[in-house]
Design a protein around this ligand. Sequence first.
Ligand SMILES: Cc1cc2nc3c(=O)[nH]c(=O)nc-3n(C[C@H](O)[C@H](O)[C@H](O)COP(=O)(O)O)c2cc1C
Length: 203
Amino acid sequence: MTTEARRFVVAVTGASGALYAVRLIKAGLEMGCEMHLVASDYGKRLLIEECGLNLKTTSIGNWLDERYPPAERPGEVIQHSIHDLGDTLASGSVSWDGMAVIPCSMKTLSGIANGFSSNLIERCADVTLKENRRLVLVPRETPLNRIHIDNMSRAANAGAHICPAMPAFYTAPKSFEDLADFIAGRVFSLLGVRHDLIEPWRG
Ligand SMILES: Cc1cc2nc3c(=O)[nH]c(=O)nc-3n(C[C@H](O)[C@H](O)[C@H](O)COP(=O)(O)O)c2cc1C
């Protein structure tokens, strides 16, 4: 993987697909990135239910080392509380290169699309947009109602990239990790990071 060390915010919300976030963070750490993690209360619940990762008792770094050894991970994860609107991630005076909300629930999508800023994820997304930094939303819901579609359109009009959690099957995935890496790779591309998570299509 090739990139200069960079700083990204990874927000995990209560939509299915917590593994997408875990694989994104893992790849970021392997590339030497500083990964700022903010999980909503339901995001934490989905991390436990879908990945067996309890952020109250384990750091994601330790969990990755146990689950996917051995690997060099020169990056760093810094965890933030979603309830602290006085956190550094609430201010545009602090710089980060981009933010991914992965997976993004329809509730948080609505909060971002409508500028609620009622918790650190929504506020950080709001700041990311106002500072003209890259914001990638990875919505996960099916089927979609008109409200979901309108909120995606609204967020896209404000500058967010909409990258639905729709992994491809032409890569012949052999595991959930392969499927999650496909989405993590698309997110890194949108964040402006070169990576080797996806084999380029050769026709
Ligand atoms: C097991 C489980 C799976 C869920 N999956 C989804 C989902 O895929 N998409 C979604 O929009 N909401 C889903 N939800 C509902 C959200 O968690 C709920 O709307 C919550 O309020 C989202 O809050 P948050 O965005 O602050 O995490 C799920 C909830 C649970 C308990």
